[in-house]
Design a protein around this ligand. Sequence first.
Ligand code: C5P
Length: 218
Amino acid sequence: MALTILITSGPTREYIDPVRFISNASSGKMGKAIAEYALEKDCNVIVIKGPSVPIETSDKCKVIDVISTEEMLAAVKRNLKYADVFIGAAAVSDYRPVKVSKIKIKKDSDILNLQLIKNPDIIKYVAEHKKNQIVIGFALESNNLLSYAKKKLKEKNLDMIVANDVSTIGSNKSMPCLLFKCGKTKKIKLSSKENIAKEIINEAIRIFKNNNTCKKNN
Ligand code: C5P
């Protein structure tokens, strides 16, 4: 039976007033490449995406557009039951304004203080509420990449994490390291996001089929 892959992709936006928001530089290209290769492997795909590169809807690919982190979480909650694999490729906004102004804020003062509150961690929610799903996340860091990635793998209770350095942002290529729950690691050579998507989906299918058992290589 075809596997169903649930993917979060792109950035989320947190509005300050009707025209301004805080967000981040995610293009959504990685999530799109993962969705496209999953379709090639005959999986069913559900993509929940923030404002980013378009992804075509089809019989096998349901695309749900959201804006904020809370909307993304609500869509994940509604769709998690259909998934065999969850891939959190979204670069979720970590904070949102405590208050959203209903009218455009005037630029009268030289300093504008914004109070921000932490957003929910979507992938952590998934790992805490999963039934048999395989859960895969991403880590992007400017320093101490592998140690931060290992920490996230453990703290978020993921099955695999894709560790990317900061040069990946906006680029069409990257050189990630895949870290697995059991301690195994796999370095990927510099290649296109399409090729990295293949590695991620093939590993996801392998982990799912092997019932999450793996041999440690270090
Ligand atoms: O932001 P962070 O570096 O912790 O992201 C690591 C992983 O957690 C990514 O896969 C990201 O999609 C996911 N994440 C999430 N919800 C958040 C923050 C991150 O699902 N609020």
